[in-house]
Design a protein around this ligand. Sequence first.
Ligand SMILES: [Zn+2]
Length: 305
Amino acid sequence: MVDAGPGEDAWNLGLDALLASQALLPRLIINTHTHADHCGSNSYFIRKYRARVACTPLEALRAKQPIVEPMMIFGAVPPENLMTKFFLFEPFEAITLFKLSGTGSKAVYTVEPGGFSEHRFHGIDVQVVSLPGHTPGHIGVGKDGVLFVGDALIPQAALVTNPIPIYWDASTAIKTLVVLKDFVNKRTYETLICAHGGKLVDPLNDLETVLKRVRDVLQTLVERADEGDMTLDSAMEVLARRWRMNLVAPTEYFLVRSAVLSYLAYLTDLKILRMVVNKSRLQWLPSTKRNSFEEIISQEMVAKG
Ligand SMILES: [Zn+2]
């Protein structure tokens, strides 16, 4: 099973009945990532069927200690109204996929976007494909030309309600989207299945649309920075205005805020913006030795090699 679901009782019972109707036993759950809406149901299937769980080491950290998610997203121990099932789930142990790469303090258990490993689980051959960005250790699961992409790609229809694609790492998320485009173009995988939206009829169209949205978000931030005195709140305001986004719940606010920070971090690393603290205010300003946004972003959004 790839991603068990959000852990609500009705969901668990419905999925359980569906599996029973197909005479299927959930022996192994592969989690694309450990967001609560993907792994909240794990504990139900672990308890009932002794199912095991596999995910990448970075995701397994959160599996063991789900409380780190609201702490990461808030930046401190948050107030109680962020400690909800939107972020939290029952902890579980997971078998970890992928090996350690890099050395010293920056060593991480990860594989570059598009890197993969072959596995045989209970007699079933699958590819585990690295698709980081939405979360640091996000993976896809491939079989027979079909790739389950989890949240690495949201279908373009979802941009209506979620206009800002949610990434922990916008830089890597773009590489992942470019890799997915390459997969479809080269027919490595012809069918992409999203966690939120199912099988895509025209995956290239969705990939192009989401990449364009990412580019538009970045460009909007660069233009706002050019006007001067861009704080995180003013960055969020300009994006909310442009895409008529009306955040009302603190959970949603902090999720989008983390995504906006990832876009700002990306522009800072590209030396298009610089982050300064001025009279105790954090601001993003145009970089003094300004790299050209158009030039860089066009290179970033093209498949390498
Ligand atoms: Zn997610």
